[in-house]
Design a protein around this ligand. Structure first.
Ligand code: EPU
Length: 421
């Protein structure tokens, strides 16, 4: 295992380029299962979740070649229909092989991804949508067994207790591309990652309208072609660097991000007093001495992203006054609260709401990462804290950030990896 040693207090300087989106890449890689032709995905971030998805696809018989940020997939003649627990359990996005497999191979046996540290993660909406398309689904021994002689288009409502489902919409949208007739998904997720997936499916010959809105219409086709595509930039990585700049009082240029995917985040950061200008694919953050407290509520896109909640909290811990975070997607996603507390943060939890009393400055401490975004929040806190922090269980960060420590070092941060016991 590795840990990250961070000496806090150094401003960042220069330009950082945002990598391709993890959460767009993963379902797009699964979309290769819908065709027999060669697929090429460019700009793929180099991180552990991508490696896991490649393993799952290889296990199904897809030939995959990764050359840096470019992945070539040759699905011709793949015969596998199973995604076993040992591969699926480490990453929930692996569940989105289910829709493509049942659509293309008429059967699938995919392990349930299970819960995780950010709370229960059910798949009822995925199964509801696939059943509506005519798949016969049984859950047995922790596996989802799906069969379909043929999928048929239909109208369905895919909203759940916490709103729409990103990967649920992806699974159903991919399956519906090869169904007979028209499918209408109401309460579809609107995240840019889904619009990017739809963009790929359309390149493959799918007939999709309304992707990126709550109502998506898919006219099924008999077969799909291969694709070449460059994945969209990672809006969560971009947001993480915006916050890193704000917290360290830095002048930082963030290149390659799409400001239009970050509306809610930019709005909230500007409310907090962070000075950000955005032009021609570049965002520039300028240093500010103090910030104003803000209230943040996470919601499905275009609302405030839950994947930046922990990182926003890192900023609030050092903003004078009281800030409030309400988590509407994952009510239990607060594992970072206790660890930020070890650095001196004053945070009270009341159900799905965190009340943060800002202090002038955190102090460095040994802390433990519990999940991907929590570990990013700890890195941000450590960069701004007085003294040195050691962040253990770095593998969480490596699941979802492409060479983040290297990028931080290039920006002048005092950050290094070490083996931990
Ligand atoms: N939900 C259900 N039933 C379902 C599916 C989801 O009730 O069948 C609930 C969830 O429990 C949650 C809410 O609906 O309360 C939203 O979950 P969603 O299905 O949208 O999450 P996901 O698709 O599994 C993706 C991202 C997550 C991100 C969420 C929300 C990928 C690979 N993962 O997960 O990203 O937090 O959408 O935006 O795209 C991360 O990158 O750190 C991460 C966790």
């Amino acid at each position: 295992m590795e840990k990250l040693i961070v000496k806090g207090g150094r401003p960042l300087k220069g330009k950082v380029t945002v990598s391709g989106s993890k959460n767009a890449s993963l379902p797009i890689l699964a979309a290769a299962l819908l065709t027999d032709e060669l697929c090429v995905l460019e700009g793929v971030p180099i991180l552990r979740d991508v490696v896991t998805m490649i393993r799952i696809l290889r296990n199904l018989g897809v030939k995959v070649v990764q050359e840096g940020h470019r992945i070539t997939l040759d699905p011709s003649g793949y015969e596998g229909t199973e995604a076993p627990y040992k591969l699926v359990s480490t990453m929930r996005a692996s569940f989105c092989v289910l829709g493509p497999l049942v659509a293309k191979k008429r059967q699938a046996n995919v392990s349930l991804p299970g819960g995780c540290v950010i709370g229960p993660r059910p798949v009822d909406l995925h199964l509801k949508g696939l059943r509506a398309l005519g798949a016969k689904i049984q859950v047995e021994g922790g596996n989802v067994l799906a069969r379909a002689r043929e999928l048929r288009g239909t109208s369905m409502y895919l909203g759940g207790a916490y709103g729409s489902s990103v990967l649920g919409t992806a699974n159903v949208m991919m399956a519906a591309c090869l169904a007979k007739g028209r499918t209408i998904i109401e309460s579809a997720a609107c995240e840019p990652e889904l619009a990017d997936l739809a963009h790929v499916l359309i390149k493959m010959g799918a007939k999709i309208e309304g992707a990126g809105t709550p109502m998506v219409t898919i006219e099924g086709v008999r077969r799909l072609n291969g694709f070449t595509h460059r994945v969209i930039p990672d809006r969560i990585e971009a947001g993480t660097f915006l916050l890193a700049a704000a917290l360290t009082g830095s002048t930082l240029t963030i290149s390659g991000a799409r400001a239009e995917h970050l509306g809610a985040v930019l709005d909230k950061l500007r409310d907090a007093g962070v000075e950000i200008t955005s032009r021609d694919g570049m965002m520039v953050v300028r240093p500010k001495r103090t910030f104003r407290p803000v209230d943040v509520t996470t919601r499905p896109y275009p609302g405030g992203p839950t994947d930046l909640q922990a990182q926003m909290m890192a900023l609030m811990t050092q903003t004078p006054g009281i800030s409030v975070i309400t988590e509407k997607i994952y009510p239990d996603r607060f594992m970072h609260v206790a660890e930020l507390g070890r650095m001196g943060a004053q945070i009270k939890l009341e159900g799905a709401t965190a009340i943060v009393q800002g202090i002038p400055r955190l102090s460095g401490a040994p802390v433990m990462a519990s999940d991907l975004r929590a570990s990013a929040a700890l890195v941000l806190a450590a960069l701004s804290a007085k003294g040195t922090s050691e962040i253990a269980r770095l593998y969480h960060l490596d699941r979802g950030y492409d060479r983040v420590d290297q990028k931080l070092v290039e920006l002048g941060a005092d950050v290094r990896r070490e083996k931990s016991d």
